[in-house]
Write a protein that binds this ligand. Sequence first.
Ligand SMILES: [Zn+2]
Length: 242
Amino acid sequence: MKIAYVDSHCHLYEYSENEVKEFTSCFLIAAVSDDVYSSLKTLTIASKYNNIIPCVGIHPWEIGSTPREHIGKIVDLVSKYEVKCLGEIGLDRRFVPETIDRQREFFTQLLQIARDYDLTVNIHAVNTWTEVLGLLRKYDIERAVFHWYTGPLELIDEIVDVGYYISINPAYTIQEKHRKVVDYVDLEYIVTESDGPYNYRGLKLNPRMIKGTVKYIAEIKDLNIEEVRNVIYENFKKIFIL
Ligand SMILES: [Zn+2]
């Protein structure tokens, strides 16, 4: 069965069994992790349900409390399980500026792993967009998705030029700079995401909201919903080599 909607960035391990069942029956989901423990949880869920692409990794916000040896544990998971993607990984200067040096140390090591194992990367970049793009290039990363992109519009030209993708979050409803991103980026480089169950300014993000996002993108691009849904599905397949 072809799943109509895709969620390129969801913290699925944080949901109840019933919700995981519901979401994986109607969405194709790239399930991201935040640390070694949640990476294992994600892999366990992915072994039980269909339509999940498990991503393992260490979130920039967790790096301050994560021992350096955990990088080795991520390598163990990648070599032991069928992992195609690292995430959520990246650099964040806005919410955790105090750990930026340590974040960079972890991020570059994770990018080396991505390069060595030919993995897709699910990127968290906040106030670090240019630096992150530079590192992705430096480490010859083939496939990347910039999750919930809110960076400068001009940089999008460079991002898509390398062949990387931008994912659109349901927060476009309340975040003007994200709406501008929807408007700016070509459908060829767009995927949808939820970042559920994150609560953004009272908006409880979840995959059910993606249908509305696709409708909105279709309106902005002046295309029909079916067409938009299809292109996004094909983009998702390219990102995660399905
Ligand atoms: Zn996330």
